[in-house]
Design a protein around this ligand. Structure first.
Ligand SMILES: NC(=O)c1ccc[n+]([C@@H]2O[C@H](COP(=O)([O-])OP(=O)(O)OC[C@H]3O[C@@H](n4cnc5c(N)ncnc54)[C@H](O)[C@@H]3O)[C@@H](O)[C@H]2O)c1
Length: 326
């Protein structure tokens, strides 16, 4: 058996893929999840512990039962709109939950963590592509909770020698291992568009067509979940080899407009579906593209998947999910 690692939130979209990827790469994976937004079947045949981050007893039992070398922490709520309406829910789960996790790790003597952060910690960027030292001014409570955790990690590193890698994902998408993006409600572009192609939604929307971008629609950076997985593996190996704390962006460095994404979905599915253009949504920056040069030069990470790969893999998954729901 390889080194044992804990995946907190491993029943969710990204955590479930990365759990499989780590196992494929020789790690023994044990998942901790309360299935609040994740799915029992996404755990597949991995070892899991049903527990809540907000419950200290669950955490202490988990670390007593499983002697792990490191923790990968994906568990959080991540709906931006909901975080505006109900910030308490977000601060409690994302910030207090992570605090409880770090304290339990400290009691158990586990000192290495890979953390799921987000491009939302930057808010409206002054410069694009966005580098890790850009100003951090989140425009919503969700981004604020992730920034609060990043600050907590920095302070814990100084005081308690916790070593961590914080990975700021841009738009995670794509699928593998017969798993895929499965959020309820769904809020991400590619799943929403593919659900429209499947006839599960009447139409999809473009929110604003007068942005200062190539075709007037917002430009975003899309990253395949398997490219995220390879970055997590490198981050984990860096920490296990005694490397120090780091913060990295994870994006492809390429920007695609909403219109381009929708066109790629039409091309891949071969289905023409209704698209409606409507007013801008408050708080959407025109362009968000990552500079991922830092993790490339320091850990040797590179992106392998194109937008077409992302949409093709996601399409296979959404067709399967639709069959399963019948
Ligand atoms: N999806 C994206 O594009 C994206 C982009 C940037 C950052 N992120 C971050 O990546 C992480 C994973 O995102 P995802 O899309 O896989 O989300 P998800 O909702 O699919 O997965 C989160 C998992 O954490 C679990 N969880 C939540 N609160 C918990 C608690 N208190 N105790 C135990 N388990 C708990 C859920 O049940 C779920 O299985 C999140 O931290 C999110 O903020 C995601």
């Amino acid at each position: 058996m390889g080194q044992k690692v804990a995946v907190i939130g491993g029943a969710g979209y990204i955590g479930s893929h990365i759990s499989q990827y780590l196992r494929e790469n020789g790690f023994e994976v044990v998942i901790f999840d309360n299935f609040s937004t994740g799915h029992r079947e996404s755990v597949k045949d991995l070892t899991f512990f049903e527990g809540n981050l907000l419950n200290v007893v669950d955490l202490d039992r988990f670390f007593a039962e499983h002697k792990v070398e490191a923790v990968l922490h994906f568990a959080a709520f991540s709906l931006v709109g909901e975080s505006v309406e109900n910030p308490a829910k977000y601060y409690y789960n994302n910030v207090v939950g992570t605090f409880q996790l770090l304290e339990a790790m400290r009691r158990a003597g586990v000192g290495r963590l890979v953390f799921s952060s987000t491009a939302a910690v930057y808010g409206e960027p002054e410069l694009v592509p966005i580098s890790e030292d850009a100003v951090q001014k989140p425009t919503n409570p969700y981004g604020q909770t992730k920034l609060a955790v990043e600050n907590m990690l920095r302070d814990f590193q100084k005081a308690y020698s916790l070593e961590y890698v914080s990975l700021r994902y841009f738009n995670a998408c794509g699928a593998a291992y017969e798993l895929g993006e499965w959020h309820e409600p769904e809020s991400h572009l590619i799943p929403l568009v593919l659900m429209t192609a499947l006839g599960q939604r009447e139409k999809c929307f473009i929110n604003g067509n007068d942005y200062p971008t190539k075709d007037g629609t917002c430009v975003r950076d899309y990253i395949h979940v398997l490219d995220l997985a390879s970055a997590h593996l490198l981050a984990l190996k860096h920490l296990l080899a005694g490397g120090g704390s780091r913060v990295y962006n994870l994006g492809s460095g390429e920007g695609y407009s909403i219109r381009e994404v929708i066109e790629t979905c039409k091309e891949v599915t071969g289905i023409d579906f209704p698209v409606e253009e409507r007013e801008r949504r408050a708080g959407d920056p025109a362009t968000l593209i990552a500079s991922s040069g830092k993790i490339h030069s320091e850990l040797g990470w590179s992106v392998t998947k194109t937008l077409k790969d992302i949409v093709s893999d996601a399409w296979l998954w959404h067709q399967k999910l639709a069959e399963r729901k019948k």
